[in-house]
Design a binder for this molecule. Structure first.
Ligand code: ADP
Length: 359
């Protein structure tokens, strides 16, 4: 009967309405006069407007956005579907990039009923692209530095320096050192991408083990370098602490931190590696710290220190054969263990790096 059919139609309408309003994509339907037929909640949220009362209003009045308006004008005059982009200016957390799909709507008798704009927020994707292209630029730059130097010295050798035995030997040592530097950058990059990939696929095996032995092994690995500089490594860790760790990776993270602590210290100073339970009130946590009394880091550098290739003292890092990747590796390893890293530092007083893990 007619009542059942009406109920069915109303139900269908409600279903469609629910689908429309729960879509993640922002959708705008307009008539040929650029008046809004309908917008969904996502659209209202995106443009910071109220959905109520938009129906029947001109698009450019309800949603003040020039690019959107131009795209609607274009579809209504050409009737040809297209894709484009809209950038919403910084609203405190950076620009928002929207990908738009603009299509005409046709009625049964082929007349144009208006147009449909579907907007997708592609900001995250955009940011990833930027990060990636910056990364490629950084890698190229970092690789070029040693290559330029190697090439320069080899050319000098070929130009005659080869005949001066003493010069030749000096230059060849530089070439050797620079090629080692190249190798180190590549090894670190490969290590980083491997850790990243394995962490993403949850392939990193964690095994419960006593923390103290790992701390001591890491210290042992770094002792020759410490002795060379005249720095002492001190380890302080209670015997009872046990954590779920990937010992190879975690040892690598500690070695990187110790290595930095030693590098940026002076003869006679100590680098102290400690571990202790933390008083957090919440979940029990363990804090592993590497503390030095070396040159320290100025405040402005601290927030970016764990980024790939970021160096607070470029000249010194290079001189020490640093790759600028050590701390990025530390961060990735710690994240793969579900933990966090922090740094405190004061210029001239020293730095402390903390790894915080759930116990
Ligand atoms: P690098 O290979 O250059 O040491 P890292 O990623 O390990 O790269 O460290 C990044 C930068 O942070 C270093 O270049 C250095 O400027 C600074 N840094 C790291 N650890 C310390 C520290 N213990 N004391 C002072 N500066 C440090």
């Amino acid at each position: 009967c007619i009542r059942d059919r009406i109920t069915t139609i109303v139900n269908q309408r409600n279903q469609l309405e629910t689908v429309f309003s729960s879509m993640v994509e922002a959708v705008i339907a307009v008539d040929p006069e650029e008046r809004i037929i309908s917008i969904n909640d996502a659209t209202a949220q995106l443009f910071g407007i109220e959905r109520q009362g938009t129906q029947g209003r001109l698009v450019q009045e309800a949603i003040r956005n020039i690019e959107l308006q131009q795209q609607i004008e274009r579809i209504l005059s050409t009737g040809k579907p297209f894709e484009d982009e809209i950038v919403l200016e910084d609203n405190g957390s950076g620009d928002t990039y929207l990908h738009t799909n603009v299509v005409p709507m046709y009625g049964g008798n082929a007349e144009m009923l208006g147009a449909l704009v579907v907007l997708n927020d592609v900001t995250r994707l955009r940011k990833l692209e930027t990060v990636r292209s910056e990364f490629v630029a950084n890698v190229s730059h970092e690789l070029r530095t040693p290559i330029t130097s190697i090439r320069g010295y080899v050319e000098t050798l070929l130009d005659g320096a080869l005949d001066e035995r003493e010069d030749a030997e000096k230059f060849l040592h530089i070439v050797l050192r620079q090629s080692e530097q190249l190798e180190e950058i590549i090894d670190d990059l490969l290590a980083l991408s491997r850790i990243e990939r394995e962490a993403k696929d949850s392939q990193i095996d964690l095994e419960q083990m006593p923390l103290k032995s790992i701390l001591e092994d890491a210290a042992e690995i770094c002792r020759p370098k410490a002795e060379e500089i005249g720095v002492e490594i001190v380890v302080d860790c209670p015997d009872y602490l046990e954590l779920d760790l990937n010992s190879t990776l975690f040892e690598q993270a500690l070695v990187n931190l110790l290595h930095n602590g030693i590098t940026y210290s002076e003869a006679g100073q100590e680098v102290v590696l400690t571990a202790a339970m933390m008083e957090t009130g919440g979940k029990p946590k363990v804090r592993i710290s590497v503390k030095d009394s070396g040159i320290g880091i100025t405040r402005e550098h601290l927030p970016r220190l764990f980024e790939r290739f970021y160096r607070s003292d470029r000249a010194r890092s290079r001189k020490e054969g640093g790759t600028g990747l050590g701390l990025a590796i530390v961060k990735h390893i710690v994240q793969a263990h579900g933990g966090t890293v922090e740094v405190e530092s004061a210029v001239g007083k020293g730095s402390t790096f903390h790894i915080i893990l759930n116990s």
